[in-house]
Design a binder for this molecule. Structure first.
Ligand code: NAD
Ligand code: FES
Length: 285
């Protein structure tokens, strides 16, 4: 079966899972920053998911998703041995990675930590000193801590409730690090839109190159439909082919948030209908 799920791991029971998928053609070409677009059923929508890891030797890619709506809930009903109907990738421009002086700070928030992991790994492979700065609402919602510890000489953690690491937001840790580091070459931020906007605000006075990975709505993922358009530096860009990574200081975050919320009522209705018609493993309802 194509795109078979070889391993499934529940990262946060009921909400977030990791799938290792047999996809040798994608794994052979996947680079940090790339994403896939998948479809779970023939009449289903297409959703983009960042590639959290790729193993070209094993021919596998790793994807992590938060159950947010109908499609991710449907994906959550699949198990090991099941196939994902369509899996298209790798898509998007790869992260610009090369040897840099000083340190590279990779900031991840919530589910974005998994997507950030592949970028941090790429910088580590390029010989960069990578500082992981990650934040979640609480300890049990913190993803990829051990995986980041394996590649980053330092991993700084914040939780909103103080159950692990420093109490507060991930951007507070970032600000402190920027104040105390003699040389930071780049800051990469992946997570919820308000977090990426806050990351750019914190880095601005330091004049550090800041890259954010945008999670726009996407349909085709190849620059034809315009669904993923974002404003960057006053120009219209397509996140799927011009991104998904952009200069964090130039992104119009307000417009991005508005566009992400444009179909919320329809998405909610579709999710409710799905929950009524499926015994959903994510909610046990
Ligand atoms: P969350 O809301 O629990 O936030 C995670 C952490 O981000 C917080 O603990 C905090 O430290 C930080 N944060 C959040 N808002 C902040 C703010 N205003 N200022 C400073 N720091 C802030 O995260 P979640 O619920 O796991 O997030 C899920 C969201 O992340 C979804 O909307 C999803 O689409 C998005 N996401 C984005 C990408 C991407 O490529 N950009 C990848 C995966 C997920
Ligand atoms: Fe269609 Fe980007 S998803 S143009």
């Amino acid at each position: 079966m194509a795109n078979t799920i070889l391993r499934k791991r529940s990262l946060i029971p009921g909400t977030t899972s990791e799938l290792v998928v047999d996809a040798p053609h994608i794994a052979a070409k996947a680079r940090p920053g790339n994403f896939v677009i998948l479809r779970v059923c023939p009449d289903g929508e297409r959703i983009p998911l960042t590639i959290a890891d790729a193993d070209p030797t094993a021919g596998t890619i790793t994807i992590v998703y938060l159950v947010l709506g109908k499609t991710t809930a449907h994906l959550e009903t699949l198990g090991e041995g099941d196939g994902i109907l369509d899996l298209c990738g790798p898509l998007g421009r790869a992260t610009d990675i090369h040897k840099l002086p000083g340190e590279v700070i990779c900031v991840g928030g919530g589910t974005g930590i998994a997507a950030m992991h592949h970028i941090a790994k790429g910088h580590h492979k390029a010989g960069n000193y990578v500082v992981g700065v990650i934040g979640a609402r609480s300890r049990e919602l913190l993803l990829f801590y051990d995986e980041l510890k394996a590649i980053c000489p330092e991993v700084l953690v914040s939780t909103n409730d103080g159950s692990f690491g420093r109490q507060g937001l991930v951007t507070e840790l970032l600000q402190e690090r920027l104040k105390n580091s003699p040389l930071v070459s780049e800051v990469v931020g992946v997570g919820p839109v308000p977090m990426m906007e806050a990351v750019a605000k914190v880095t601005k006075p330091f004049g550090v190159k800041t890259t954010v990975s945008l999670n726009s709505i996407m349909v085709d993922g190849i620059g034809m439909c315009g669904a993923c358009r974002v404003s960057v530096g006053g120009k219209t860009k397509f996140a799927c082919v011009d991104g998904p990574e952009f200069d964090g200081q130039l992104v119009d975050y307000r417009e991005l948030s508005q566009r992400l919320g444009a179909f919320k009522p329809q998405e909610q209705r579709s999710y409710e209908e799905f929950k009524k018609s499926h015994v959903c493993k994510c909610t046990h309802s």
